[in-house]
Design a protein around this ligand. Structure first.
Ligand code: G6Q
Length: 546
């Protein structure tokens, strides 16, 4: 699977892990006062400290060698050059073109894609401004104040996460809503609150064939036309898609469609027309800042030597844990209420991209690929799953993320938040030995028997890795940098694992089977063959729904 050279580097890394397993991070920090400085990187207002990871120079050197042997530099170039690196679908992968701010062309099949991207950006600018200023109104002439994005997966998670992350930038008189799940509750709970006259629906679907989105869009259309009549649709529905024919079939005019293209993957699409709701919420200038932040990260990724390249360094540290420590999970913990949906967004980005088992050479892998990612907002999660992170038997590497300055500097809230994020990283890394725990208990006046009984429970193994990412403030530019950083981290890991990070065949089987089961649930098909569990569950559901 690997070349001889790669295999040698891989085996050497395994050997280094054996050696390093005996070394403790707290000793490395004690022995090297410059460790934090050495293992930190900076890009503009973004600071990344990766010194609390289980690494040293020799390990990093071999990880960089592995990346070079796997051809990472050439593969980055291939993506930026519009080569068809999504080989199973024969597509270029050009989310970087969506935020390409330089006035240079990017070619796919000999054709510059920048003019069409810029035309759609202008359309987003004009439309978002018209809605915000009340120039584009609803059918009865009222200002559109509630914008509903109907989409799922890549057509939902990005815009939803970004709108929530940038709430301080929202226009005061505009509210954003998201309908994603096919569960009727998703529609009902949003529509219950809204007035058809002031509601704009954005139907976001790359293919415009997704059953959840089309079913939700039809329900919303019905809700609107019941109140305002068929003619109102043109003033209350727009579509974001690559599929003009299906958009028109649904009854949305082509002039109300914002186009994107098959070189934009769903989970990489918030920078395209799929970001329309973001532009309406925060204004086009701020939307441009989001693109500029991502573009700054793209430039950094494409032009910085691997050793100082933030996405590459983070990716290689992830590889180190995944493939050499056999730690197949990691957590992202933003200490910022506005970033609370970032982990859910990253779950799709990472797990849909790298949850693969077949290599680009059409062989099953014999090593671990994408890890399980989870997370939540700090400090909330400190009071839930952090117990396991500190004292459980699973080691979970963590990305801690925080802005130095909050949008809501109320009293000392943010100082407390800051002290907590730093304390968690320190506690996980440093731990507390039994002796240290005993000493503390002694100082607290506990008896010898109590100390002997409690000291194990009160000890922390430590040596648990984390990376800390600090921004000055989470503004649109910083969010662009952050999301693009994770996109490129995922890309880099995909290259090391020799898999295609840009298809998602794994979501298809369930969809296919659901289409078989639907007529049975609806009572229009009978006797379809299933395993006994599925068959019994279908019968049970039909019985109690009668
Ligand atoms: C993302 C995936 C997937 C997709 C949804 C929605 O990379 O392709 O999450 O975004 O299935 O698809 P449509 O946008 O086509 O409705």
């Amino acid at each position: 699977m690997f070349t001889k050279k790669e295999d040698k580097t891989w085996r050497h890394l395994q050997h280094l892990q054996d050696k390093f397993a005996k070394i403790r991070l707290r000793d490395l920090f004690a022995g090297d006062p410059l460790r934090a400085e050495k293992y930190s990187l900076q890009l503009e207002n973004m600071h990344v400290d990766y010194s609390k990871n289980l690494i040293n120079d020799e390990i990093m050197r071999h990880l960089f060698a592995l990346a070079r042997e796997r051809g990472l530099e050439d593969k980055i170039k291939a993506m930026f050059d519009g080569k068809k690196i999504n080989q199973t679908e024969n597509r270029a992968v050009l989310h970087i073109a969506l935020r390409h701010r330089q006035k240079t062309p990017i070619y796919v099949d000999g054709r510059d894609v920048m003019p069409q991207i810029n035309t759609v950006l202008e359309k987003i600018r004009d439309f978002s401004e018209a809605v915000r200023l009340g120039r584009f109104t609803g059918y009865t002439g009222k200002k559109l104040t509630d914008i509903v994005n109907i989409g799922i997966g890549g057509s939902d998670l990005g815009p939803f996460m970004a709108c929530e992350a940038l709430k301080p930038y929202w226009a005061k008189d505009i509210h954003c809503h998201f309908i994603s799940n096919i569960d009727g509750t998703a529609c009902a709970e949003v529509l219950n609150k809204l007035n058809p006259e002031t509601t704009l629906f954005i139907v976001a679907s790359k293919t415009f064939t997704t059953i959840e989105t089309l079913t939700n869009a039809k329900t919303c259309r019905h809700w609107l036309t019941e109140a305002l009549g068929e003619h109102a649709v043109a003033k209350h529905f727009v579509a974001l898609s690559t599929n003009k024919a299906e958009v028109e079939k649904f009854g949305i005019n082509a002039e109300n469609m914002f186009e994107f293209w098959d070189f934009v993957g769903g989970r990489y699409s918030m920078w395209s027309a799929i970001g329309l709701i973001i532009a309406i919420a925060i204004g086009y200038k701020n939307f441009e800042r989001l693109l500029e932040g991502a573009n700054a990260m793209d430039e950094h990724f494409a032009n910085t030597p691997l050793e100082q390249n933030i996405p590459v360094v983070l990716a290689l540290i992830g590889i180190w844990y995944n493939n050499f420590y056999n730690i197949h999970r990691y957590a992202v913990i933003p200490y910022d209420q506005y970033l609370q949906y970032l982990p859910a967004y990253l779950q799709q980005l990472d797990m849909e991209s790298n949850g693969k088992s077949v290599t680009l050479d059409n062989k099953f892998v014999n090593y671990a690929t994408g890890p399980v990612l989870f997370g939540g907002a700090g400090t909330n999660v400190q009071h839930s799953f952090f117990q396991l992170l500190h004292q459980g038997t699973e080691i979970v590497p963590i990305d801690f993320i925080i802005p130095a300055i909050s949008h809501n500097e109320i009293g000392n809230h943010h100082q407390i938040l800051l002290s907590n994020i730093l304390a968690q990283g320190e506690a996980l890394m440093h731990g507390k030995t039994e002796e240290e725990a005993a000493l503390e208990l002694e100082k607290a006046g506990k008896s010898k028997t109590e100390i002997a009984r409690l000291k194990k429970y009160k000890s922390f193994s430590g040596n648990r890795p984390s990376t800390t990412i600090i921004f000055k403030k989470i503004d649109p530019y910083a969010l662009g940098q952050l999301v693009a950083m994770y996109e490129h981290k995922v890309f880099t890991q995909g290259i090391i694992w020799n898999i295609n990070s840009f298809d998602q065949f794994g979501v298809e089987l369930g969809k296919q089977l659901a289409l078989n089961i639907l007529p049975e649930i609806e009572g229009t098909a009978f006797g379809v063959e299933h395993d006994s569990s599925t068959a019994a569950l279908i019968n049970y559901i039909k019985k109690i729904r009668k």
